[in-house]
Design a protein around this ligand. Structure first.
Ligand SMILES: NC(=O)c1ccc[n+]([C@@H]2O[C@H](COP(=O)([O-])OP(=O)(O)OC[C@H]3O[C@@H](n4cnc5c(N)ncnc54)[C@H](O)[C@@H]3O)[C@@H](O)[C@H]2O)c1
Ligand SMILES: N[C@H](CO)Cc1c[nH]c[nH+]1
Ligand SMILES: [Zn+2]
Length: 395
């Protein structure tokens, strides 16, 4: 369906599903593995034997992957690793006056990766989460993903390459709650990373007091800004490509050219909602895109580089004729990207999602003025023992 207007929001919101997700969470917390089995039967129609896939089974499935797919994964692996390695921060140290301080970037211990698998399987997403985790140096990786019939051989192969500790054949909100709190079979993790549908994202939000989460990465979003020099067939392809994820995708074309809007509208398929917006200038288009704060933004213009500096809210920008779907698979930057307006305050997954800065201070000697200042503020706050504990060191 084509709508000639600016979208008012997202197709789905947490408020529509939060009651159901809370009920799922309660069941998993109270009854652990039994609830996971029941929910997987109710919601996915799958009767689970084991909640942890056997290593020999995973190896067997990986060995069924064809050579061409194996080579494609190996090639993309190098490209993604190169991007994430340039993002890795160094430990820093310095000092001011007599105090020495610094930061040690420390990798997380246990990370749970959610790999979506409702409508399609997403081996690419396992790479997008697992590679930066490995570059950061995470100790243990666990994977949860819905498994229809048999485990996807590409997921099995990537899991082998990542040396994951366990794969749980569980999808949906129940998988997130299980990794957040642990069950008899599922290990409790320190942080959960991964995209998924509204149920999965609402569950991450719900458990975020107990476990780290990477943000909200729900149904895919693409805003294309196109001028008259762009190719309508390619724009339509880019929009329909992100529509392949499902009817909840947010798909928007903004242009100053009525001809482009008209030609693209004739090429779009059924099954998704497309928003087509006519503007007077590309500056106005950028303002609208910044307001929408989409996940993907395509600057399909011969002046794309010029407009890039005006983009304030989007997690992944493709320039000129670059296909947004290349980021989904192979360009280098991650395809796990914030949706639902979260690109106003965070970007896609990087090694920083798997690292935490531990700061350290060595102040055996310290400047007298600074000590007096610290004591003054402590006393001002009414923390006299704080003040004394400092003062006693430097008398
Ligand atoms: N933003 C990103 O970075 C990014 C990346 C990749 C994929 N995605 C998005 O991930 C999503 C994948 O969605 P999906 O549905 O195919 O797979 P999914 O794995 O996210 O969800 C499937 C699970 O949802 C649960 N579920 C389905 N219907 C339910 C209901 N009525 N009540 C409770 N639970 C229910 C089931 O347990 C099922 O296992 C797509 O929207 C895609 O756009 C986003
Ligand atoms: N478009 C999704 C992220 O927005 C990523 C993806 C995975 N596979 C295909 N596409
Ligand atoms: Zn995609």
């Amino acid at each position: 369906m084509i709508r000639r207007e600016i979208p008012k929001g997202r197709v789905q919101s947490f408020s529509q599903v939060i009651d159901k997700v809370s009920e799922i969470a309660q069941r998993v917390r109270e009854r652990g593995d039994t609830a996971l089995r029941e929910l997987t039967l109710e919601l996915d129609g799958i009767k689970l034997d084991s909640l942890v896939l056997d290593k020999d089974y995973i190896d067997g499935r990986a060995s069924e992957l064809g050579d061409e797919m194996r080579e494609a994964i190996d090639r993309v692996w190098v490209q993604l690793t190169s991007f994430h390695e340039i993002m890795r921060p160094p430990n820093v140290g310095g000092g001011n006056g007599k105090i020495k301080y610094g930061v040690i970037w420390t990798a997380l211990n246990r990370v749970g990766i959610y790999v979506p698998g409702g409508k399609k399987t997403y081996p690419s997403t396992l790479m997008m989460a697992g590679i930066p985790a490995r570059v950061a140096g995470v100790s243990e990786l666990f994977v949860s993903t819905p498994v229809r019939n048999r485990l996807d051989p590409a997921i099995a192969y990537i899991a082998q390459k990542l040396k994951v500790k366990a794969i749980y054949p569980v999808g949906g909100a129940q998988a997130i709650v299980a990794m957040a709190f642990g069950t008899e079979s599922v290990s409790k993790v320190d942080k959960i990373i991964g995209p998924g549908n509204i149920y999965v994202q609402a569950a991450k939000y719900l458990v975020s007091g107990e476990v780290g989460i990477d943000g909200i990465e729900g149904p895919t979003e693409l805003v294309v800004i196109a001028d008259d020099s762009s190719d309508p067939k390619r724009i339509a392809l880019d929009l329909m490509a992100q529509g392949e994820h499902g009817s909840s995708s947010l798909l928007v074309l903004i242009s100053d050219s009525e001809r482009i809007l008209d030609e693209v509208s004739k090429l779009l398929n059924e099954g998704n909602e497309y928003f087509l917006v006519k503007v007077k200038s590309l500056d106005e288009a950028i303002d609208i895109a910044n307001e929408i704060a989409p996940e993907h933004l395509s600057l399909y213009s011969s002046r794309a580089r010029e407009y890039l500096s005006k983009v304030k809210n989007s997690a992944a920008v493709t320039l000129g004729d670059t296909p947004p779907a290349l980021i989904d698979y192979a360009a280098g930057p991650d395809h796990i990207l914030p949706t639902n307006g979260w690109s106003r305050f965070r970007g896609g997954i990087t090694v920083f999602d798997f690292l935490k800065p531990i700061s350290h201070v060595d102040a055996e000697k310290a400047d007298e003025n600074l000590i007096r200042a610290a004591m003054k503020i402590a006393e001002y706050e009414g923390f006299s023992i704080h003040a004394r504990s400092i003062g006693v060191r430097y008398e």
